[in-house]
Design a protein around this ligand. Structure first.
Ligand SMILES: NC(=O)c1ccc[n+]([C@@H]2O[C@H](COP(=O)([O-])OP(=O)(O)OC[C@H]3O[C@@H](n4cnc5c(N)ncnc54)[C@H](O)[C@@H]3O)[C@@H](O)[C@H]2O)c1
Length: 162
C-alpha cells in the first residue's frame, strides 16, 4: 500500500519506519524543514533504539522518504496516518491547531479513496473524527464517491461518511 504519515515526530517516525519495514511505500511529511533536511541527510532526530537503522534500511530500499510537501505526499497515498502534536495549553486543554491544519491539507489534496487513521491524542467529545474537525473538511467540495473509510486511533471512530 502507499502510505502518507503526517508528522515526523516520535509517533510518526516510528509508525513510518515500521510500515516501510513491512513493505509498504511510505512518505513521511512534516512542516519542520530542518527536521526533514536532517532525516534526508540520514540523521534520526529522536532517540529510539533501532529506529536509525530501520530508517536507513528503508530509505535505501526506496520504501521510505521524507518531505515538506504534504499535499504531494497525500495525493500519492491510499492511507494517511495523522501523527501531529496536540500539546496541552495553559488550561490543560489539547491544542488542536496542528490537527486542524493537517485536516485541511487532507481535504485540499483529496483525490480519491483514502483511509485516514488518526494517532494524535484528541479529547473524547463523542463527535466523530478528531473533535469533529476532519469529516467536514474532508467532505467539503468532494464527490461523495471519493470519500473512503475513515478510522481514528487511539480513540476509535470507524465508519463511512454518507
Ligand atoms: N496513538 C498512540 O499510540 C500515541 C502514543 C503517544 C502519543 N500519541 C500522540 O501522537 C501525537 C504526536 O506525538 P509525538 O510525540 O510524535 O509529537 P512530536 O511533537 O514529537 O511530533 C509532531 C510532529 O508533527 C509535526 N507537525 C505539526 N503540525 C504539522 C502539520 N500541519 N503537518 C505536518 N507536520 C506537522 C511537527 O513538526 C512534529 O515534527 C500527539 O498527539 C501524541 O499525544 C499517540
Amino acid at each position: 500500500m502507499s502510505v502518507c504519515v503526517i508528522g515526523a515526530g516520535y509517533v510518526g517516525l516510528a509508525t513510518a519506519a515500521v510500515l516501510a519495514d513491512l513493505g509498504h511505500r511510505v512518505v513521511c511529511a512534516d512542516t519542520d524543514a530542518n527536521r526533514i533536511d536532517s532525516l534526508n541527510g540520514g540523521q534520526c532526530p529522536i532517540h529510539e533504539p533501532d529506529l536509525p537503522r530501520m530508517l536507513r534500511r528503508n530509505v535505501k530500499a526506496q520504501r521510505l522518504s521524507f518531505t515538506t510537501d504534504t499535499p504531494a505526499a497525500l495525493r500519492s497515498s491510499e492511507i494517511v496516518f495523522i501523527a501531529v502534536g496536540t500539546p496541552l495549553d495553559a488550561n490543560g486543554s489539547a491544542d488542536l491547531s496542528h490537527l486542524r491544519a493537517a485536516a485541511l491539507d487532507i481535504a485540499r489534496a483529496l483525490n480519491g479513496h483514502k483511509l485516514i487513521v488518526n494517532k494524535s491524542t484528541i479529547p473524547a467529545t463523542g463527535r466523530p473524527g478528531p473533535a469533529g474537525q476532519i469529516p467536514p473538511h474532508v467532505g467539503r467540495g468532494c464527490d461523495r464517491n471519493e470519500l473512503g473509510w475513515l478510522g481514528w486511533l487511539p480513540l476509535v471512530w470507524h465508519g463511512r461518511l454518507s
